[in-house]
Design a protein around this ligand. Structure first.
Ligand code: SF4
Ligand code: SF4
Length: 70
């Protein structure tokens, strides 16, 4: 799924872009709701800070910067 990193400044672009409203205001940063995201990837290029990354494996708290995939 896609995750939003801690450097999000809540510009809101990703919320406007997400077709399934999977991105919500979660306090200090916006957040992708697990299970709602359909992995369309539309939010990734619109983020001016590039803090949205696709995370492989378990959905967790670690919004790691784009790690090299195997
Ligand atoms: S587009 Fe990026 S910086 Fe803007 S609210 Fe979304 S994740 Fe945060
Ligand atoms: S990948 Fe698509 S469905 Fe998932 S949060 Fe981003 S815009 Fe929404």
């Amino acid at each position: 799924m896609h995750v939003i990193g801690k450097d999000c400044d809540k510009c809101g672009f990703c919320i406007l872009e997400c077709p399934v409203e999977a991105i919500v205001d979660a306090g200090p940063v916006n957040r992708v709701v697990p299970g709602k995201c359909v992995e369309c990837g539309a939010c990734v290029p619109v983020c001016p800070l590039q803090v949205i990354v696709e995370e492989h494996g378990a959905a967790g708290e670690a919004a790691a910067p784009a790690a090299p995939s195997r």
